[in-house]
Write a protein that binds this ligand. Structure first.
Ligand code: SAM
Length: 247
């Protein structure tokens, strides 16, 4: 292919859980070498991924904010929610191609790890067969959060279950009951439901609640001490394993 028509490369840049020192060198190199830096955010906001990268943001690059059309305004199980998001991801991917087709590399910023519940996955699956892609893995939010507790998370043959707090109550209870160690993500308005499940299973005393793990305003406490009935977006519950007894 003529060098003039060489397409740009898409980078999925995992930035870790919030502390800018947890950005990898690979991620940093992708940020420094890309003329276009794109990031997802709630409408009108700077976006968390963009704020993690602020200390390293190069001058003179093109910034491409991709604003979600909805976040919590429509319930996530409503058909309109999925339709609005699918259209948004189609348009976002198409917009990124305008730069990639001009030969400009695009670094799409992601909190935590790009392939772990990451928004990056949506443009990625739309573009991966047409463009070169490099994914920079990141420290996950849950890893930052369990580190904040200082408690070892899994021993020996412990099975770790990662559960979205958005699961129906019965399924959450079933999976938690059978977990050796567990992480509950996406808590928000589901906090009280999750807390009730822990209480019913008598597991509350084994669990910790972490808010904004590794960020400046991080909070860590036993789950039993968390009294609010809702939690912010960046919050996680971890239940460390005890190690399985030999059968
Ligand atoms: C859409 S998922 C994105 C996960 C991300 N890609 C990762 O690797 O951690 C968002 C959820 O991750 C969890 N999360 C991510 N980073 C966190 C942090 N620093 N502190 C607390 N929770 C975090 C929260 O439960 C949040 O609702």
């Amino acid at each position: 292919m003529n060098a003039l028509h060489k397409k740009g490369r898409l980078y999925g840049v995992g930035l870790g859980p919030g502390d800018p020192e947890l950005i990898t060198l690979k991620a940093l190199n992708a940020i420094k070498s890309s003329p276009v830096i794109a990031w997802f955010a709630k409408a009108g906001r700077k976006g968390h991924a963009r704020s993690i990268v602020a200390p390293y943001m190069p001058q003179g690059i093109i910034e491409v904010p991709l604003y979600y059309p909805v976040t919590t305004e429509i319930p996530f199980d409503h058909p309109d929610y999925n339709d609005a998001l699918a259209k948004f991801y189609d348009e976002s991917a198409a917009y990124l191609t305008t730069h990639l087709d001009q030969g400009r590399d695009v670094a799409l910023l992601c909190e935590g790890d790009p392939l772990f519940y990451g928004s990056f996955m949506h443009p990625y699956i739309r573009l991966k067969d047409r463009y070169d892609v490099t994914i920079c893995p990141g420290v996950t939010g849950m890893s930052g959060c369990w580190t904040a507790t200082g408690i070892p998370m899994t021993w020996g043959d412990d099975v770790l279950s990662v559960l979205p707090g958005t699961l129906p109550r019965e399924e959450l209870a079933h999976r938690l009951e059978n977990a050796d160690a567990a992480v509950i993500m996406k808590i928000g308005k589901n906090f009280q439901k999750i807390r009730d499940v822990f209480d019913e299973l008598k597991l509350t005393d084994r669990a910790f609640y972490i808010e904004r793990g590794t960020m400046e305003n991080q909070r860590v406490m036993p789950l039993a001490s968390m009294i609010n009935d809702a939690a912010p977006y960046f919050s996680i519950i971890v239940m460390p394993g005890n190690g399985r007894r030999p059968q």
